[in-house]
Design a protein around this ligand. Structure first.
Ligand code: FES
Length: 899
């Protein structure tokens, strides 16, 4: 007997076989549960049924119906395989295909339609159309062959229902009906965001990916390698199809737990960088000021001598490493172990320092653990979403699409962001605080929650500390005063607080607009106050506080202890018990003194105290703030070693460059934004002599005379599990067997805790801690000399320093580094749309192109940091979060002028 999971199963009979399906399931789902084949050309499990093609005809209790739009009724008897039904379906498919040109049904055509025709005995001669409707090949990733379109509408529904973009429509009448961009004109100029959803669902190949991926979809493809996306922290499951050692296509996994058969322009298409002629394939060594190719032995020998010399001159703390949030957990585990075991220092950090270190500090202080509180599946059930300082539609597109779907289905949405980011267009209330005033904004919302009796008093009494102090503080944050600080109208503030406060199950999602501030940790904690006041964390009355992680494995890099004050699993280096756990496994003493944070490493290098710096997979000269000072630090440091895929701005300044594998060439695990451990598997080999970071770290330890153990990534995770109680139940074998598992996961039989704090909070007293931190102004303020506030962030087609996305079709989609500014400011400063600009701050200058847009508020400008040549991070300051040293990227005073 077949079965489909469901809460209220009902039994139906399909061709004499009893099956159970959930209430509300269609007959098509029941037929498939019974293992029967049925053509269904306008149907896709990811979409609402349309019932338009009539290829799925069955007989239900004697009546012929379209199975996809007919709900299964209890006890219904369904026939699928009678002569008359087969003939009916064959006639319908024949009618559909008769207008297509013969190439629609060639024998090697992998399309769903061609396969259906073959199964029905319809050959290429069935397709008798003459074509002539033409192609649209304007887009780098999505080509349209109008002659193959059967107007099933799957692409249109995919774009609207799954992606939430509404870029496509059906035009024409009758047999001339065909898909087209809704804006008219060529596809490349449409609203398409190149998620690939239309390509993936198209049953005929009318919409296809050009090149070697042509014709492949997640449902119809050869064998593939299942891995986890290496762009952003969403953690999409991807199936990578290869031939002759090269990637043909990267397809969204239909059963991917986070992406659910969806992807974005980066994960789906931006893999062209793999075969770029600019890939580093041999180690490089600086001689006479030039980087020259050498063998691995020579390169590693030079690194080992340099590190020994640094230790001899300045002690173990003269060596430091910046580990990588793009690398696997196992690689991060080995890097921090190398520093602590081989060198004897805690000088290891990762780029969470620059993005979510305030989340780690703030969430730990408020709740006890350094991660989001709830699974995203739960967040998606919220009836009110508070999205703060995040632009998921561009920076985390698959999450952005899921949030959009939830809103389109009726959830209330409050967006708090200075810019009119994508979700803001659909918000019930859009709060646009002046950059740097988040803490005042959150206190204003909290003030209204308390003033209007919207707090959960029982929860506050039983599970919370700090209420008297916060109540007293909030007296200073009535809506009018908050409006004066933030420039958010008091009425909007009140409306937003009421939406969040009156929701049955609200959820908070936030991004770097909360953390990258002088008081970023206070921002995280005062945002967490809202969930605590509402009793919406650790209960079934809400879905907590959830950071969207920027880099793919920024959660994992910190989880693995690539931090100067924390060991794997977040044991403090100052805690003798935590040190004893790893010392027992590693056989060495771990230093008690916390190491240097990234900004302190640069300062120490400039001061001559840091004499060897190993930068692994981070382009610090492009992405770290006050880039001129970073460059000076690298110049001052006697040994700079860089593991890189390309010759980045940082690698250009290194003494030794070690060529390494990228995410599609690696074995290991990542941890995504909702704390899932996910498997990463190599689909192709790295080019030339490039090696994984994992192999490089082990090899260098070998050269320095230390066996790091952990011969394979699986061994490294196994060792990590032995020394960290929160990861004790995790292993590669388990993840291969069961798929993703969230942490905490204390033993192999534990399913992992997707939702935290159901019984108690993980703070020492078991309670959630409210904070009463007052609002303090940002480090930079505009003045007469620098009258505009610059906010930096991401754009949809690019990722981080752009090293992967600027090499391939994504560059064609977004080729120019723009500075967005409001029309009022354009008028005030005499700036024309499209004009070359010089942007100056107190720290440096950059060159950008003006884009006049109302997305930014008057007095503010916005740009990305995806094009290192523009020098955006020469503008940003060295102001940093007072708790964690996370840079204040979101507030820099600038002026604009002609170049
Ligand atoms: Fe049922 Fe098209 S799949 S009508």
């Amino acid at each position: 007997m077949g079965a489909v999971n469901g809460t209220e199963p009902l039994r139906v009979e399909i061709g004499g076989i009893d099956v159970e399906v959930p209430e509300g399931a269609s007959l098509l789902a029941a037929v498939r549960a019974a293992g029967a084949e049925l053509p269904a050309l306008c149907s896709d499990d990811r979409l609402s049924p349309a019932g338009s093609c009539r290829t799925c005809l069955v007989r239900a209790d004697g009546r012929i119906v379209a199975a996809c739009v007919t709900p299964a009724a209890p006890g219904v008897r369904v026939e699928t395989d009678t002569d008359d039904l087969r003939q009916l379906r064959r006639d319908t498919v024949e009618l559909i295909t008769s207008a297509l040109p013969s190439r629609a049904l060639t024998e090697d055509n992998p399309s769903e339609l061609a396969q259906v025709c073959r199964s029905l005995g319809l050959g290429p001669e069935t397709a008798q159309g003459t074509g002539g409707r033409g192609e649209d090949v304007s887009h780098p990733y999505v080509h349209l062959d109008r002659d193959l379109c059967i107007a099933c509408g799957r692409c249109v529904r995919m774009c609207a229902e799954v992606q939430g973009t509404f870029a496509l429509t059906l035009t024409g009448r009758g047999a001339d009906t065909v898909v087209a961009p809704g804006t008219g004109g060529p596809w490349a100029e449409s609203d398409c965001v190149a998620c690939g959803g239309c390509v993936d669902t198209c049953p005929t190949g009318a919409i296809s990916e050009p090149g070697p991926g042509r014709g492949l979809t997640s449902a119809h493809r050869p064998a593939a390698t299942r891995t986890t996306c290496g762009y952003c922290g969403v953690g999409c499951s991807l199936d990578v199809v290869t031939s002759d050692g090269e990637v043909r296509a990267v397809l969204p996994a239909r059963d991917g737990p986070v992406n659910q058969g969806h992807a974005c322009v980066k994960g789906r298409f931006a893999h062209g960088y793999l075969t770029s002629p600019e890939r580093l394939t041999r180690p490089l060594l600086r001689r006479d000021g030039r980087l020259e190719p050498v063998g691995w032995d020579e390169a590693l020998g030079r690194v080992a001598r340099g590190m020994r010399a640094a230790v001899a001159a300045g002690g173990a703390d003269a060596v430091a490493a910046i580990s990588s949030a793009r690398a696997t957990n196992e690689e991060n585990y080995l890097v921090q172990k190398f520093l602590r075991v081989v060198i004897g220092t805690n000088n290891v950090d990762n780029c969470s320092r620059l993005c979510h270190s305030p989340s780690a500090a703030g969430l730990t202080a408020s709740f006890g653990l350094s991660g989001g509180t709830d699974s995203f599946d739960d967040v998606e059930r919220a009836d009110c979403l508070l999205v703060v300082g995040a632009n998921p539609v561009e920076a985390h597109p698959v999450v952005g699409a899921r949030l959009m779907r939830r809103v389109l289905r009726g959830a209330k949405l409050v967006v708090a962001d200075p810019r009119a980011v994508g979700l803001a267009l659909h918000a019930d209330v859009h709060l646009r605080p002046r950059p740097g005033t988040n803490v005042a904004l959150f206190h204003g919302l909290a003030h209204v929650l308390l003033a209007e009796g919207l707090a959960d008093e029982g929860f506050l009494r039983e599970r919370v500390t700090g209420l008297p102090e916060l109540t007293e503080l909030l007296e200073d944050y009535p809506p009018d005063r908050v409006a004066a600080i933030t420039e958010v109208p008091a009425a909007d503030l009140i409306a937003a607080a009421r939406l969040y406060g009156r929701a049955l199950r609200p959820a908070i999602v936030y991004g770097l607009g909360v953390t990258e501030h002088l008081h970023g940790t206070d921002g995280v904690r005062s945002l967490a106050n809202l969930a605590i006041l509402r009793g919406a964390v650790g209960t079934d009355r809400g879905y907590g506080v959830n950071p969207l992680r920027g880099q793919n494995n920024v959660q994992g890099a910190s989880d693995m202890g690539a931090l100067p004050d924390l060991l794997p699993g977040y044991g403090k280096v100052t805690d003798p018990a935590a040190r004893a756990r790893v010392e027992a496994a590693w056989g060495v003493r771990v230093p008690e003194r916390p190491g240097l944070r990234i900004p302190d490493m640069f300062a120490a290098a400039r001061a001559g105290a840091l004499r060897a710096l190993w930068v692994i997979g981070e382009d610090v000269c492009a992405t770290d703030p006050d880039a001129n000072q970073v460059a000076r630090a690298l110049e001052a440091c006697p040994l700079v070693v860089c593991n890189e895929v390309f010759l980045s701005e940082t690698a250009r300044r290194a003494d030794v460059v070690l060529p390494v594998a990228s995410w599609l060439e690696k074995d290991g695990t990542f941890v995504n934004f909702d704390r899932r451990f996910q498997r990463v598997r190599p689909a192709v080999s790295p080019p030339g002599e490039a090696r994984s970071d994992f192999d490089v770290v082990r090899a260098l330890a070998d050269v320095m005379g230390v066996d790091l153990g952990c011969p394979t990534p699986a061994d490294a995770l196994a060792e990590c599990a032995r020394v960290t109680p929160v990861f004790a139940g995790l292993s590669h074998d388990r993840l291969d067997r069961e798929g993703d598992v969230p942490w905490p996961c204390p033993d192999p039989d534990h399913p992992g805790e997707a939702k935290l704090y159901k019984e108690r909070f993980a703070t020492p007293d078991g309670r959630a801690h409210l904070t009463a931190a007052p609002y303090l102004p940002p480090g930079e303020q505009p003045d007469d000399d620098y009258p505009l506030v610059l906010v930096t962030g991401r754009r949809w087609a690019h990722y981080n320093s752009g090293s992967m996305t600027r090499r391939g079709g994504n560059l064609a989609l977004d080729p120019i580094d723009f500075l967005d500014l409001h029309p009022d400011d354009a008028l005030r400063y005499g700036v024309r749309d499209g004009a070359q600009l010089t942007v100056e701050s107190r720290h440096g200058e950059a060159r950008l192109v003006a884009r006049v847009s109302e997305q930014t508020a008057p007095g503010q400008v916005f740009c990305s940091f995806h094009f290192p040549a523009s020098g955006v991070n020469r503008l940003t300051s060295d102001h940093a979060d007072t708790v964690t040293s996370c840079p204040e990227y979101k507030v820099t005073a600038v002026r604009v002028g002609a170049p």
